[in-house]
Structures are given as structure tokens and as C-alpha cells.
Design a protein around this ligand. Structure first.
Ligand SMILES: NC(=O)c1ccc[n+]([C@@H]2O[C@H](COP(=O)([O-])OP(=O)(O)OC[C@H]3O[C@@H](n4cnc5c(N)ncnc54)[C@H](OP(=O)(O)O)[C@@H]3O)[C@@H](O)[C@H]2O)c1
Length: 325
């Protein structure tokens, strides 16, 4: 089978990890582009990449590029996804895939029209442990799911020029770390929440600093999410059912979970996957989705973006480049 040619767009921090994964999984990387050309050149040298593009048009005009991986800040995802799909390239885009659900709907439609694969590089949908846990929950080992608690707290040094804090770059805790917590919650809820309650604080730059989010669906399941960018929290998700609970530590790149059975307090440890291969799973999943024409790659991404958009609208935070939905 023909090898798929990847081009990396945006050669910052996470692109380095993806490049290492691509070399492990694919053996080589075809192309790289960065808006600062000198940085792209250094990147290409480091990973022995065949082609370094001077402009985004050069990437788009290269018919040998099969897949682009987009790892720019959130505000630039939508335009780059659109451009790539229009130019017949499959897209793996970093989280958060777009800044709102209107943008996501548009690019999903475009991908469908063009019969191209669009996927979000979201660890929760790719690390093997989550699928194993979901299968166990579906088999009924913890009974009916009732309550999910999930948090994400990282303490970032305040720097108004950093994408984390910039409204122009679609910063804030929700799109940066909240996307993981919401993906965790939605993945283990049996259906999309119909009710969302939330409250938040803002940084001086006008993006969200911390928040509490409660999701409720019509199946009697609640998720309670806590996020902060000014205090460290253990990255922990707990899925509680009528017969027991599952404790997942060090998510999103988790490899271990403990199941505790309510009746006798007994415990079972589940050990699956490898943290250092987190992005390898994404690369493998992307290639497999293309080869098998899998239609499910955006199932949860769609629901999560819908939740994030509704939450942000309740807060009244609108990015400067955004249309009101
Ligand atoms: N999956 C994960 O585990 C993970 C982890 C971290 C981040 N991420 C996601 O990956 C993305 C990038 O994060 P990062 O931490 O790698 O960021 P980063 O280190 O700041 O790198 C951003 C890259 O995008 C380029 N860029 C900046 N603004 C741009 C624009 N308007 N148009 C085109 N290119 C632009 C930068 O180019 P210059 O060199 O010219 O500045 C730089 O190469 C974000 O969406 C983030 O949420 C994912």
C-alpha cells in the first residue's frame, strides 16, 4: 500500500512530539511549514524532513501531500482546516479543533462533501485505556453510570503574550485544558447533556481563568467539571456507577485506572497503553480512519465543541475574530 505523506503545519512545542511519533509509526515525514520560515527549516533539519515550504500556498499546491497535521494556536485552526480540505488533503488538527461549533459544522460538511478525513488530535479518543474502560462500563461492571467528576488544573506563569492568556489567540482554560475534561466527561456519558450550568472567573486579558461546569443528560447522568489555570490540581477523572467507581489518574495520557466495587470494597487495577506513545496512537488512528473510511472520527468532537460553545456563551466571552452564533 502507498505510504501516506504527512505535512506538519506549525512547528512549535507539540509538533515536535508529533514528529517523533510520525518517525516511529511512519518512518519519515514528507513536509513541514511554519509561518516563520527559519523555524520550519530548523525543524526539517532536526527530523530529516524532505520538503520545507516557503508559503502555505506551496503546501496546498503540492498534490503529494496526503495528510496535514495542524498545530498552530486555536484561532488559526479553522482557516487552515478549510484550506487543506479545499485542496484535497486529509486533516489531523490539534485540540481544540475549532473555536466554536459553527466553525466545526462548516468544516465537517466540507470534509463530508470531499470524502476526506478530518480528525481532532485528542488524547482521550486515542489512548487505549479509555476504550477498554468504556467496554467494561458497557458490560455493566460498575452498574448504571450516575456521576462523573473530572478536573484539570495547571498553574501557568501569567504572560499576556502567551497563547494561553490571549483573547486574540482564543486562549483561556476552557479551550486549552477544558477540552480534555469535557471530552472525558462526554466519552463516558451515554448521551449528550441537555442541561449545562456554569460559573467562571476571568484573567485580566478577558479569557477564562477558572470555572465549574455541570452537565446533565436525560439518562440520569451528571458530570461535574472543575478547571483552573492558576492552581495545580491532580488530573483525575472518576466515573461512578450504582455498583462501583473507576478512578483514572494522570489523564489525559493515562495508562492506569482502579475499579473499586461498592459491595465489598475490592479493587481491580487496569493497566493499558504507554504514555510516551500518546501521539503514536493518534497517528495510527488517523491513518487507519483514512484506509478504512471510518465515519466515526468526529463523533465526540462534535458534541464536545457544542458543549464548549454553549458554556462560553453563558459566560459572554466572545473572541474578537468570532461571529456571534
Ligand atoms: N495534544 C497535546 O497534547 C497538545 C499539547 C500542547 C498543545 N496542543 C495544541 O497544539 C496547538 C499548538 O500548541 P503549541 O503548544 O505547540 O504552541 P506553540 O509552541 O506556541 O507553537 C505554535 C506554532 O504555531 C505557529 N503560529 C502561531 N500563530 C500562527 C498563526 N496565526 N498562523 C499560523 N501559524 C501560527 C507558530 O509559529 P511561529 O514560530 O512563527 O511563532 C508556532 O510554530 C494548540 O492548538 C494546542 O492546544 C496540544
Amino acid at each position: 500500500m502507498k505510504k501516506l505523506n504527512w505535512c506538519i503545519i506549525g512547528t512549535g512545542a507539540i509538533a515536535n512530539e508529533l514528529a517523533e511519533s510520525l518517525l516511529r509509526v511512519n518512518g519519515e515525514i514528507y513536509g513541514a511549514y511554519n509561518r516563520t520560515y527559519e523555524k520550519a527549516l530548523l525543524f526539517s533539519k532536526k527530523y530529516n524532513i524532505k520538503k520545507t515550504y516557503q508559503s502555505i500556498e506551496d503546501v496546498m499546491n503540492d498534490t503529494l501531500v496526503d495528510i496535514v497535521y495542524i498545530s498552530t494556536p486555536h484561532n488559526a485552526h479553522y482557516e487552515l482546516i478549510k484550506k487543506s480540505l479545499e485542496n484535497n488533503k486529509h486533516v489531523l488538527c490539534e485540540k481544540a479543533i475549532t473555536v466554536n461549533s459553527q466553525q466545526l459544522r462548516e468544516v465537517m460538511e466540507l470534509a463530508n462533501e470531499k470524502n476526506l478525513k478530518l480528525m481532532e488530535a485528542m488524547t482521550i479518543y486515542n489512548m487505549p485505556i479509555y476504550k477498554v474502560l468504556k467496554d467494561k462500563i458497557d458490560q455493566g461492571i460498575i452498574g448504571k453510570v450516575k456521576m462523573i467528576q473530572v478536573n484539570f488544573g495547571s498553574c501557568k506563569d501569567y504572560d499576556v503574550t502567551n497563547r494561553f492568556f490571549s483573547k486574540d489567540l482564543a486562549g483561556g482554560a476552557l479551550l486549552d485544558i477544558g477540552v480534555y475534561a469535557t471530552a472525558f466527561a462526554r466519552y463516558f456519558m451515554s448521551k449528550q447533556p441537555h442541561k449545562i450550568l456554569t460559573t467562571h472567573d476571568e484573567f485580566e486579558t478577558g479569557v477564562d481563568e477558572q470555572s465549574g461546569i455541570i452537565l446533565q443528560n436525560t439518562s440520569g447522568e451528571l458530570s461535574v467539571i472543575s478547571l483552573t489555570m492558576r492552581a495545580k490540581q491532580p488530573k483525575r477523572g472518576i466515573i461512578s456507577g450504582e455498583l462501583g467507581y473507576i478512578d483514572v489518574n494522570d489523564y489525559p495520557r493515562a495508562t492506569q485506572a482502579t475499579i473499586v466495587y461498592t459491595k465489598d470494597g475490592s479493587k481491580e487495577i487496569i493497566d493499558v497503553g504507554n504514555t510516551t506513545l500518546a501521539l503514536d496512537y493518534e497517528v495510527i488512528h488517523m491513518e487507519k480512519s483514512i484506509i478504512e473510511n471510518d465515519q466515526t472520527s468526529l463523533l465526540y468532537t462534535h458534541d464536545v465543541m457544542d458543549i464548549l460553545t454553549k458554556v462560553r456563551h453563558q459566560w459572554g466571552i466572545i473572541y474578537p475574530f468570532e461571529n456571534k452564533e
